[in-house]
Design a protein around this ligand. Sequence first.
Ligand code: THG
Length: 369
Amino acid sequence: MFKADIFPSIRIRKTPFWDRVVEAGVKSCSVYNHMLMPVRFETYDIDYFHLKEHVQLWDVSCERQIEVTGQEATKLIELLSPRPIKNLRIGKCLYFPVVDQHGGMLNDPVLLKLSETRYWISIADSDYLLWVLALVAAYNLNVKVFEPDVSPLGVQGPKSDELMSRVFGSSIMDLKFFEFQAYEFAGKEHFVSRSGYSKQGGFEIYVEGFENGIPMWDTLMEAGEDLSVRAGGPNYPERVEGGLLSYGTDITLNNNPFESGLGKYCDVNSTPKCLGYEALKRVFENGWEREIRSLDVEGDKVPLCHVPWKVTADGEFAGNVTSITWSPGFKTNVAIGMIEKEFWNPNTEVLVHAPDYPRKAKVRDKFFI
Ligand code: THG
């Protein structure tokens, strides 16, 4: 097992909550958008069951925002989005795939519409800001595009409603899934959305100003003491069960949104302004050769190590597993894989080539949750 510290270069950025994350005893981190992302505090199993029963604070500062403001903000978003945004209301979030001119996935962000001329693109792990800046230059658009000093703090788990009500008032319970609103904290407004990278329900607080990170964290921790609140992070088994995709892992530039299981977010008939629209239309009309699937993988706990792992069926190449881990709840190995068309039907039996020994697996019709 690789155990080392991280050289304190500013290329791997600290988050505003970092001192508290360290005090909470972080055990494992990932790097995401050039920023540290805590992902484990106890074992994955302990973190998993705690998340499903209580409430956790997640330092997801690495979900960086790209702010787009100006007269042509909507025009720029229409250029990026294969999902129609015409009727998107202020205060709504929208999950959407973003692609290049060939339909290759560049990122899978969440869009927040702040006003008619202001948006945040809450990005996954790729340097999508550079792509957006290049388009602004190439199309000579009248917009300002930059990364604001905003750091999302996730409040995830079944007790998140209770905790958030205590800190922001009970009106926060009226917030529907994928809606957001501004709430006051310590004399400053912060947007709060009902969203997050788990299937357990919860919120994301877009903490404005690095200096407000620790006060926000401490207030939530104090208010939730009797709710067993503690530090957590995107939980590997929980997100694989839930089918929450990870850009750079499950989906890459080599995949189009249809292969990525995000075809339902591409409306090829009503987004002709979207860059990559012709390519997406072609894929939609001609079909695709592989697609994201959930798999149930037999045998004891698979080792936690680098993916992808090859998948075969009767000796033939059937795809790759891109995320795989033991699920403490379902008591089986759960996986996400890119599976070739010939093998993607539910209940197809395949072999997953784990680094220790190959295991029988079944392609599922849907994710575990
Ligand atoms: N929250 C915010 N920004 C983010 C993430 C987040 N940026 C990076 C990363 N996560 C982007 N990826 C996802 C993947 C899935 C979802 C959100 C962001 C998600 N999906 C819902 C589901 O699968 O149940 C469906 C959403 C819908 O259909 O509208 O929530 O987590 N701020």
